[in-house]
Design a protein around this ligand. Structure first.
Ligand code: HQG
Length: 184
C-alpha cells in the first residue's frame, strides 16, 4: 500500500508524541539522552501504524522541521527538541543573535506581559530566528502575535541559550523586561 504524505504526517505526529511526551503509550522508555530503540519503537507503534524501517527513515528524512535524529548506526532515534519529559538531548550552548522572536497567540499576551515567557509543559521556551517562523509557531495557537526577545542583553545578563540540531533556539524563561511586542 502506497502511503500518502498525509499518512506520513499522521504517523509522524504519533511518533513525536511518543518521543517527546508519552513513551508509555506504547509501553516503552527513553534513555537519559532521549533515545528510543528503533526496533522497540517500530514494534510499539505497529498495532496502530504497521510501518517498516524504510518508512521510518522516509519520515525522518522528509520531516518539514527536521524533528528527528538517528544515532550513527540507526538503531536509536530521538527528537531534537520539544520534550516535556526530563531528558538531556545534549543541546549545544550557543551564543544567540541580538534578537530572537517568539510567536504566540493574542489570547496569551496579558499573561505573558505579566509573567514573561514560561516553558509550560515543555522543558524550555522555544524561540525562532526570524519572524516568518515565529508567525507559523504562533498560528498553531490562534491569532498570531510576535514578541521580540532581547537575546543579546539576556546573554550579557547570564542567561543561557541552546540551539537544537534543527535550528530552534531554547532558553529556560524570558522575563518581561527582555520582551517587546512587535506591532503590526
Ligand atoms: C505560551 C512546535 C501564558 C507560549 C513549534 C505558547 C515550536 C504563555 C504556549 C515548538 C506564557 C506553549 C514549541 C505565559 C508562554 N502565559 N502563555 N506566561 N509563556 N506561553 O506548543 O513555543 O511542530 O508548548 O507563547 O515549532 O508554541 O511541535 O510552545 O504559545 O518549536 O515540532 O504557551 O512546537 O514544534 O505552547 O511551540 P507550546 P510553542 P512542533
Amino acid at each position: 500500500m502506497k502511503r500518502t504524505n498525509a499518512d506520513l504526517t499522521k504517523i509522524s505526529k504519533y511518533i513525536s508524541l511518543i518521543l517527546r511526551h508519552k513513551p508509555e503509550v506504547i509501553g516503552m522508555q527513553l534513555d537519559a539522552n532521549g533515545w528510543a530503540d528503533v526496533e522497540e519503537l517500530l514494534a510499539g507503534i505497529g498495532r496502530k501504524y504497521p510501518i517498516d524501517f524504510e518508512i521510518l527513515e522516509e519520515i525522518v528524512k522528509t520531516d518539514n522541521k527536521q524533528r528527528y535524529s538517528f544515532n550513527e548506526d540507526k538503531t536509536k532515534i530521538r527528537t531534537n527538541q520539544g520534550h516535556s519529559i526530563q531528558v538531556d538531548v545534549e543541546l549545544s550552548v550557543t551564543e544567540p543573535p541580538e534578537i530572537l522572536y517568539h510567536g504566540t497567540a493574542e489570547r496569551f499576551s496579558a499573561s505573558i506581559e505579566a509573567k514573561g515567557l514560561l516553558p509550560g509543559n515543555r522543558l524550555y521556551v522555544h524561540l525562532s530566528p526570524d519572524t516568518e517562523t515565529a508567525e507559523k509557531v504562533g498560528r498553531r495557537h490562534g491569532k498570531p502575535i510576535i514578541y521580540l526577545i532581547n537575546a543579546g542583553q539576556m546573554r550579557q545578563d547570564g542567561y543561557i541559550f541552546y540551539l537544537s540540531a534543527n535550528g530552534v533556539w531554547l532558553t529556560k524563561t524570558v522575563p518581561v523586561c527582555y520582551l517587546k511586542k512587535l506591532e503590526e
